[in-house]
Design a binder for this molecule. Structure first.
Ligand code: PMP
Length: 426
């Protein structure tokens, strides 16, 4: 029995499903997860000594590769001064200034410790600011696991087929309306009927929790217009896309300015960090300036701030996003060619450093219905074929893939050749 297997069976006695986040359990692809001993650059090394080229990157944060030496040193240096203060520290100010500069729509922001906290707080703020209860999200978009947002959610909720989680009171869920991503006409109709009751629209500007689906031209612009017309707050959930598709996030990439933005993942450089922020006029409603309550024991934690600041500094260097995008394009092109050579019908999406692959013969995938019509059996076979050859893809057909700057030409070539072998066997 492998050490991973032993750990997994031990874990199941005291951790639900053996994991601390559901998708890690490999439930939808079958088999058992491996346990990680260490990570470096583009690689994960499991407890049995096997190396994997990693296309998950801790689900997004590892844009610079695992165990980046600059971030590591910043964490070590900060740790020498204490682990948590529960009082203001200088790094928090620098962090807020840095983010506000990189993402100018975030005139004011507050740090939290996860993406879930960021979106939950942004929703509360939008409700408090507008005095309205109803919110709108899109089918297949995932915004963390706060109650109002676990309605027709993507990611693990979609992978495991629990669109509306038990434990979310129906009386509460009724305030969350859902529309189809990339269907502007539908949300326009909804607003025409009840726009004046809607506190906010929350959207992943590139959907990354039902695989990877970019917005159709005009979609984000249309949401902006609706919010302007009806006095609703437009929230871009950039927990995944922030610093991933471009330095200024999806809002810079597509040139659409939200009222509020949520961030996570990359902003923490691998530490548990999130942030929400936006227009001063809205952010001023947060306590202690205003009446909307939000707080956190570990918010603005000095170690997390140090890691995040080091990450921001590294990704702000010239050429980072060009290199990341080029690597991602090269991978996608190679995979598409290999699939075509072996007669496997597939379709690929890419925005900057994130990508999606779909086992489908429908061509370009641009909505939830198409994403969920893909051949899941083929995906599972592909996932395991790649895993055997030391290539680690997300263990779900409904997650985006992530490249890092640490992925070398050899890593990409090895991945494409492993894919060709796997396609041949499909
Ligand atoms: N929003 C988006 C778009 C996400 O992708 C995620 C997590 N994958 C979250 C929110 C929740 O973040 P966290 O897991 O840090 O709570």
């Amino acid at each position: 029995m492998s050490i991973s297997s032993e750990l997994f069976s031990r874990a199941q006695h005291t951790i639900p499903g053996g994991v601390n986040s559901p998708v890690r359990a490999f439930k939808s692809v079958g088999g058992e997860p491996f346990f990680v001993a260490r990570a470096d650059g583009a690689y994960l090394f499991d407890v049995d000594g096997k190396r994997y080229i990693d296309y998950i990157g801790s689900w997004g944060p590892m844009l610079l590769g695992h165990n980046n030496p600059v971030i590591r040193q910043a964490v070590i240096d900060a740790a020498a001064h204490g682990l948590s203060f529960g009082a203001p520290c200088p790094a928090e100010v620098t962090m807020a200034e840095t983010v506000a500069k990189l993402v100018p729509s975030m005139e004011m922001l507050r740090m939290v410790s996860s993406g879930t906290e960021a979106t939950m707080s942004a929703i509360r703020l939008a409700r408090g600011y507008t005095g309205r209860d109803t919110i709108v999200k899109f089918e297949g978009c995932y915004h963390g696991h706060a109650d109002s947002l676990l309605v027709k959610a993507g990611s693990g909720a979609l992978t495991l087929g629990v669109p509306n989680s038990p434990g979310v009171p129906a009386d509460f869920a009724k305030y969350t309306l859902t529309c189809e991503f990339n269907n502007l006409a539908q949300i326009q109709q909804l607003f025409a009927a009840q726009g004046s009751e809607i506190a906010c629209i929350i959207v992943e500007p590139v959907a990354g929790n039902m695989n990877c689906i970019p917005p159709e031209p005009g979609f984000l612009e249309g949401l902006r217009q609706l919010c302007d017309d009806y006095g609703s707050v437009l929230i871009f959930d950039e927990v995944m896309t922030g610093f991933r598709v471009a330095l200024g996030g999806a809002q810079a990439y597509y040139g659409v300015k939200p009222d509020l933005t949520t961030l996570g993942k990359i902003i923490g450089g691998g530490m548990p960090v999130g942030a929400f922020g936006g227009k001063k006029a809205i952010m001023q409603h947060i306590a202690p300036l205003g009446p909307v309550y939000q707080a956190g024991t570990l918010s603005g934690n000095p170690i997390a701030m140090a890691a995040g600041l080091a990450a921001m500094q590294e990704i702000s260097k010239p050429g980072v996003y060009e290199a990341l995008t080029e690597k991602t394009s090269r991978l996608i092109t190679g995979l598409a060619q290999a699939a075509a050579q072996h007669g496997v019908p597939m379709s690929f999406n890419q925005v900057g450093g994130m990508f999606g692959m779909f086992f489908t013969n429908e061509g370009r995938v641009s909505n939830y219905q198409q994403a969920t019509r893909c051949d899941i059996a083929a995906f599972k076979q592909f996932f395991h074929g790649m895993l055997e050859q030391g290539i680690y893809l997300a263990p779900s057909a409904y997650e985006a893939g992530f490249l890092s700057l640490a992925h070398t030409d050899d890593d990409l070539a090895e991945t494409i050749s492993a894919a060709a072998k796997t396609f041949a066997a499909l």
